[in-house]
Ligand binder design. Structure first.
Ligand code: 0GY
Length: 297
């Protein structure tokens, strides 16, 4: 089975920026190995094997203490690879799962015991088949009592159509909603324009909505190593909402077609995104600990 996207960087640089002690890489994945954890038949792309040992080695290389492993669409709702990695991490990884409405309470409990603390709803048509909103609301209602949150992935032009759904989860269910990759802004449009303005409004008006300020490699037109067009968008969110931001490498960068980033260089963007030690500590330590390891603070 050949992967249909670029392999991850084989030898990332040692970052010049030293992340604060206890830093969390709050968005990354594990894939396979396929022989042990087969990819989902309904997947829209086939990844390369990127197992837990490689992820944990990268964590050490970059200077991080912990990972949040997010279920990606190529594993569908089969969470075994992610749960296995969380269980093998000795408490240093938590997970975000994908579940369907058929999931049983016993399965949710087992995922919780493995380290799962959220579910992910993916709205990208190129990645998933459509799931009815009532099924997603039902799932959100079931995971809320576990203290879990909802992670959502969508593109900026789809925010108006998803607004009511997100606010129903964040306000009516009082559940934290974490947006992947800043809601994928089109960074060729002005930072003060209506499209990114709507995303900032979502954060401003809904205190349960958080944002990951990740993935310059997917959003940038200007490209590596500086990703100069993306950095101001991430920095604006960090400065305006310092208590509700997360950051992650997105290793192994699934389904990336243009270029494969050097993870060490991605870490070196952090002081430009979060320019003070206080903002860096909130982004990399305090916020992810509050969401994923509240019992340890
Ligand atoms: C990411 C981004 C992508 C893929 C997935 O679940 C996934 O397959 O999230 C993408 O293709 O943009 O965050 O991993």
């Amino acid at each position: 089975m050949d992967p249909d996207w670029l392999p991850f960087h084989p030898n990332p640089a040692k970052p010049a920026f030293q992340v604060p002690a206890g830093a969390v890489d709050a968005h990354c994945h594990v894939f396979g190995p396929a022989a042990q954890f087969p990819f989902a038949p309904e997947r829209k792309y086939t990844p390369c094997d990127a197992g837990k040992d490689r992820l944990f080695a990268l964590r050490e290389h970059l200077g991080f203490a912990r990972n949040v492993i997010v279920q990606a669409t190529c594993h569908g709702a089969d969470n075994r690879a992610m749960a296995d990695a969380c269980m093998a991490s000795k408490g240093r990884a938590r997970g975000v799962a994908t579940v369907r409405r058929q999931v049983t309470d016993a399965e949710l409990t087992a995922l919780h015991e493995a380290g799962v603390r959220g579910v992910r709803f993916n709205f990208l048509k190129r990645l998933v088949d459509f799931t009815p909103r009532d099924e997603l609301l039902e799932i959100a209602g079931r995971i809320a009592p576990l203290g879990w949150h909802v992670v959502v992935y969508f593109e900026a032009q789809d925010l108006p159509a998803l607004w009511d759904f997100f606010t129903a989860v964040s306000d009516n269910l009082a559940t934290t909603v974490v947006v992947d990759h800043m809601g994928r802004p089109d960074v060729t449009k002005p930072i003060d324009g209506p499209e990114f303005g709507l995303f900032l409004q979502l954060l401003r008006e809904h205190p349960n909505v958080w944002s990951k300020v990740s993935c310059p490699e997917r959003l940038s037109q200007s490209g590596p190593p500086g990703y100069d067009d993306v950095v101001p968008f991430a920095r604006r969110i960090v400065e305006d909402f310092p208590e509700r931001v997360l950051w992650g490498t997105d290793w192994p960068h699934p389904n990336l077609k243009g270029h494969m980033p050097d993870d060490g260089k991605l870490v070196d963007l952090l002081p430009r995104i979060a320019p003070t030690p206080e903002l860096q500590r909130k982004l990399l330590v305090d916020n992810p600990m509050r969401l994923y390891w509240p019992e340890e603070i």
